[in-house]
Design a protein around this ligand. Structure first.
Ligand SMILES: *[C@@H]1O[C@H](CO)[C@@H](O)[C@H](O)[C@H]1NC(C)=O
Ligand SMILES: *[C@@H]1O[C@H](CO)[C@@H](O)[C@H](O)[C@H]1NC(C)=O
Ligand SMILES: *[C@@H]1O[C@H](CO)[C@@H](O)[C@H](O)[C@H]1NC(C)=O
Ligand SMILES: *[C@@H]1O[C@H](CO)[C@@H](O)[C@H](O)[C@H]1NC(C)=O
Ligand SMILES: *[C@@H]1O[C@H](CO)[C@@H](O)[C@H](O)[C@H]1NC(C)=O
Ligand SMILES: *[C@@H]1O[C@H](CO)[C@@H](O)[C@H](O)[C@H]1NC(C)=O
Ligand SMILES: *[C@@H]1O[C@H](CO)[C@@H](O)[C@H](O)[C@H]1NC(C)=O
Ligand SMILES: *[C@@H]1O[C@H](CO)[C@@H](O)[C@H](O)[C@H]1NC(C)=O
Ligand SMILES: CC(=O)N[C@H]1CO[C@H](CO)[C@@H](O)[C@@H]1O
Length: 892
């Protein structure tokens, strides 16, 4: 065993001949045979069903006496001498330990990847017998126990990944001997103790990734690596000062040490560290003057300094960081005004300055930030009138101005923030009426205007806020009666109108009926049928409003979006290994859902976290009210889209778990070229997300909103898109059993691939959400596509999709949502002759006669889909056939 072969002493010609003989006769050297034996012995030690995971490896029953080379087995690579140099078996579901792995049989092994399997037990100290190993991937398994100090003997090691396991104990000081180490990745374990000073000897280290452990104590001052690009110490218990010269090499990209107890000031070397891309210092005990500590960073995309004790003024340098997408300095001791220069950060999407001591007015230059989605200024001492320019934040989704000293009236331009979900105005000194223009905020789900000096009546326009769920108007000077139209606001679930001068009948709607007494008291003279009220003398005819109406809108609008995302995908990934019977927990406790997802999704979860560098903004490709979408390249090379929810999956909002799982499984069966494929779903205490096929060209909505992209999407592409959607819907309605109603067909939910082929995304399974759950308005993204009958019936049929399809077709042809047109067709009869010219997207060249004829018949079909009466709309099967007959589409 292990003795030198004769080959080393014979002349090279003989060697060459021998080589050929060896190759063709499959007689192999005894070392190679030892390797084969070692591999088979280990395979035999794995759990029995694993035998099929390594099909090209001979089975235990096979006689493996003398003549077998492992070089052709799956996952094994050899050098020219037939010795194993690489074992690569990531994420194939291997279950077992390494205790029967004979490490000493592989002296040539340079690369060992067993990551993302289900290997457990300790990492044997004999691993150090792999003396030639340079790369070790053990991440995403279930190894426990300590990191063996013997790892420090593997002197060629360059990449050491043992993240995402169950390791405990401390980091062995012996790792400091790994002088070639470039990456040390130990995140997501239970390691404790402090970082050994010897790690300062790793002079080649580029990435030190230790986040999410229980590490404590101080960071050795010696951690000043000349090549360091990434230092990630987030989520530990460090108490020391930050390493002083951390940017010594000038190549530091990521410096993230959040959620520890670091004290002292920001290291001086960061001021000149122009390479920085991402900085997270939040949740520590850091202090110092923030404006002096930071410099100008050309590549910085994200900085979070929140929840520390920083003081001083906000640096105007932020305005000179051209790529900055997010600034968070909330909960510090920051003074002075908001520098107008911040308006120059044209990429800025999130600005959180809340809970500091800022004074002065909002500089009107901030209006230049037209990518801003989130602006939080709560809890400062800002004063004055809100600048009209605030209306130019046309991407804004979240605006919190509460607890300041703003006065004057609220500018009408606030009505331009069409994407707003949250508007917080409370605890200021705003006067006069609430602007009627707010009626345009159809996405708004929460409006808090309490504790101000708003006067006049509650404008009836408020009832146009179709997504509104929470409304707080308390502690103002509002007078007159409450508009009766509140009775049509079926989504509104929480209301507070206390301490005003209101009088007259309280509307009979869910929100008012469920409101606690305190939410209505302190007014002049309210009356009505809701509890605690005097009955109204004059108004007594509520009776004709029978119950059926009230829930009318709630359900359909339910933001199919969200659920869809939540539900669908869940199992696909797991399906591959579904034979293991891990499903038993799904029918048990109410937590079953989450735990099963936690467990089964672990693999995917870890990969995604790794592929997106813990959801680094760098990988973000889109944002919405409910979540953000990331592009993730998995270890397999596959690129997927990951939709991460802002909050974890609201488990208790799924009405019937058993049905839910059944439905999810059914959805995994869907296979259609025009339907987006779902790969998996994960729910974790920290993140919930859904994983699906990545489609290069993004959503149809995005394409149509860009002139350049819209021009590329020529007439034949557009006709093909329409046909694809029709086919997908026909498949869902008529070829699936039970039929599936999508419920949320819109241009946002249509994704295009490189070939401009349409893929329907985001299935609605809203029926599995409890109608009274609190999350739905946040996801109501379909305004403008919803069939009219949904205003008066809860009955969802496939004809709702047919209507939305009709809207979509006109949108594709017109290049924008046919909003105006739709409001006119309900009154006049449809006449395609007059309509077609006005229907065409002006950005495209006029179609040829031939194409024009096809478009005309497509528009005709669309009109039939838009029929007021659901019964009169054609089925998607008919639509799909009509499109085929009347407009045979040649692919060009
Ligand atoms: C080993 O057995 C499994 C079934 O247990 C089979 O799928 C596989 O093909 C066998 N491999 C060889 C090399 O015989
Ligand atoms: C170890 O790897 C190096 C290349 O990385 C190679 O030159 C050397 O021969 C290997 N040693 C053994 C014993 O395989
Ligand atoms: C680290 O290097 C120092 C010299 O810089 C040496 O004294 C010390 O022994 C080394 N520590 C380890 C654990 O190798
Ligand atoms: C930063 O750079 C400037 C100019 O290059 C230099 O004067 C200053 O000393 C540097 N500061 C630190 C802390 O390195
Ligand atoms: C910023 O990023 C670009 C592109 O990656 C790179 O070429 C440049 O050197 C970086 N700038 C600094 C100061 O690191
Ligand atoms: C934070 O630092 C201050 C001194 O700067 C100290 O008094 C305080 O105890 C520290 N808090 C924590 C939680 O470490
Ligand atoms: C905030 O900063 C001021 C000086 O700017 C200081 O006097 C005050 O003590 C600080 N407050 C806290 C809580 O650190
Ligand atoms: C209020 O509405 C509820 C639900 O629609 C209905 O049951 C009740 O009768 C109504 N009350 C009055 C007084 O109309
Ligand atoms: C053959 C060989 O090198 N065996 C070593 C394997 O590793 C253990 C633990 O480090 C050593 O004790 C053996 O000598």
């Amino acid at each position: 065993m292990g003795s030198p072969t004769l080959n080393t002493v014979v002349p090279s010609l003989v060697l060459l001949i021998l080589f050929f003989v060896l190759s063709f006769s499959t007689t192999v050297s005894s070392e190679s045979n030892e390797e084969a034996d070692a591999l088979l012995k280990w395979k035999a030690s794995l759990q029995s069903h694993n035998q099929s995971l390594l099909p090209s490896w001979p089975n235990a029953t096979t006689n493996v006496s003398s003549k077998i080379s492992p070089c052709a087995w799956s996952g094994i690579s050899c050098n020219d001498a037939g010795r194993v140099i690489k074992i690569s078996l990531p994420k194939i579901g291997l279950k077992g330990t390494l205790h029967d792995f004979s490490f000493s049989s592989f002296p040539h092994l340079a690369y060992l990847d067993l990551s993302y399997n289900e290997l457990f037990g300790t990492i044997p100290p004999q691993i150090s017998n792999l003396t030639n190993l340079t790369t070790l991937y053990f991440g995403g398994d279930q190894f426990s126990g300590n990191i063996p100090p013997e790892v420090g003997l593997m002197s060629h090691l360059e990449l050491l990944h043992i993240d995402t396991n169950q390791l405990d104990g401390s980091i062995p000081p012996e790792l400091g001997q790994l002088s070639s180490l470039v990456v040390l990745s130990l995140f997501f374990n239970h390691l404790n103790g402090s970082v050994p000073p010897s790690l300062g000897n790793l002079t080649n280290l580029q990435q030190l990734i230790l986040f999410s452990n229980n590490l404590s104590g101080s960071i050795p001052p010696s951690l000043e690596y000349p090549m360091l690009t990434t230092l990630n110490l987030d989520f530990n218990h460090f108490t020391s000062y930050l390493p002083h010269n951390v940017c010594r090499g000038g190549a530091l990209f990521r410096f993230t040490v959040s959620e520890n107890h670091f004290q002292g000031t920001i290291p001086k070397s960061l001021r000149n560290c122009t390479s920085l891309i991402r900085v997270r210092l939040n949740g520590n005990n850091l202090t110092g003057n923030i404006s002096e500590a930071l410099g100008i960073y050309p590549n910085l995309t994200f900085i979070d300094l929140s929840r520390n004790n920083f003081y001083g003024e906000i640096s105007s340098n932020f305005g000179e960081c051209p790529k900055l997408g997010a600034i968070n300095v909330s909960m510090n001791n920051i003074t002075g005004g908001i520098p107008r220069e911040i308006g120059n950060s044209s990429q800025l999407q999130a600005l959180d300055l809340s809970l500091n001591h800022l004074v002065g007015e909002i500089p009107k230059e901030l209006g230049k930030l037209n990518s801003l989605t989130k602006l939080i200024l709560r809890g400062n001492q800002l004063t004055g009138r809100l600048p009209t320019e605030i209306g130019s934040f046309n991407e804004l989704e979240y605006l919190d101005l509460s607890a300041n000293r703003f006065n004057n009236s609220v500018p009408e331009s606030l009505g331009n923030l069409l994407k707003l979900h949250y508007l917080g105005l409370s605890n200021n000194q705003f006067v006069q009426e609430l602007p009627k223009e707010l009626e345009k905020l159809v996405q708004l789900s929460e409006l808090d205007a309490s504790h101000n000096l708003f006067g006049g009546e509650i404008p009836f326009q408020i009832c146009s806020l179709k997504s509104l769920e929470k409304l707080n108007l308390s502690h103002n000077n509002l007078s007159g009666s409450i508009p009766n139209c509140f009775e049509g606001m079926h989504g509104l679930s929480v209301i507070d109108i206390s301490d005003n001068q209101l009088q007259g009948p309280v509307p009979n709607s869910t929100a008012f009926r469920n409101a606690p007494v305190e939410a209505l008291e302190g007014n002049k003279e309210l009356c009505g049928s809701v509890k605690g009220m005097q009955p109204c003398k004059v108004f007594s005819s509520h009776k004709q409003n029978s119950g059926a109406k009230w829930f009318a809108i709630v359900f359909p609008v339910l933001g199919a979006l969200f659920v869809s995302m939540a539900l669908i995908a869940i199992f696909i990934l797991q399906k591959r290994k579904s034979d293991s019977g891990d499903r038993q927990s799904s029918n048990q406790n109410p937590q079953g859902l989450l735990s099963i997802l936690n467990f089964e999704g672990k693999l995917l979860y870890d990969e995604i976290v790794r592929a997106t560098n813990d959801f680094d903004a760098e990988y973000c490709i889109g944002n919405g009210g409910h979540g953000s979408v990331y592009r993730a390249k998995l270890p397999s090379g596959e690129v997927v889209a990951v939709k991460k929810f802002h909050s974890s999956l609201p488990c208790d909002q799924i009405a019937d778990q058993k049905e839910f799982w059944t439905e999810v499984e059914a959805l995994t069966e869907i296979r259609h070229r025009n339907i987006v494929k779902f790969y998996g779903f994960c729910s974790h205490a920290r993140h919930s997300f859904l994983v699906y096929e990545f489609l290069e060209r993004g959503s149809l909505a995005a394409i149509l909103s860009s002139d350049a992209a819209a021009q590329e999407l020529g007439w034949s592409h557009r006709m093909n898109v329409i046909k694809g959607v029709a086919d997908a819907l026909s498949y869902l309605h008529h070829d699936c059993l039970p039929p599936i109603v999508h419920r949320d067909i819109s241009s946002k939910n249509l994704l295009l691939d490189l070939e401009y082929e349409a893929h329907v995304a985001d299935f609605g399974i809203a029926k599995f959400l409890k109608p009274d759950s609190s999350n739905w308005t946040e996801f109501a993204g379909t305004y403008g596509y919803v069939a009219p009958e949904l205003a008066y019936t809860m009955k969802i049929t496939e004809k709702c999709d047919v209507y939305s399809f009709g809207v979509l077709v006109l949108e594709v042809i017109k290049g924008k949502h046919p909003r105006d047109f739709l409001s006119s067709i309900s009154s006049s009869s449809l006449n395609t002759d007059t309509a077609l010219d006005e229907m065409l997207d002006p950005r495209l060249p006029a179609p040829s006669c031939n194409v024009q004829e096809k478009l005309r018949s497509i528009v005709e079909v669309a009109f039939s889909c838009l029929n007021e009466s659901p019964e009169s709309r054609p089925t998607m099967k008919i639509v799909s056939r009509q499109l085929q007959i009347s407009a045979p589409l040649t692919k060009s």
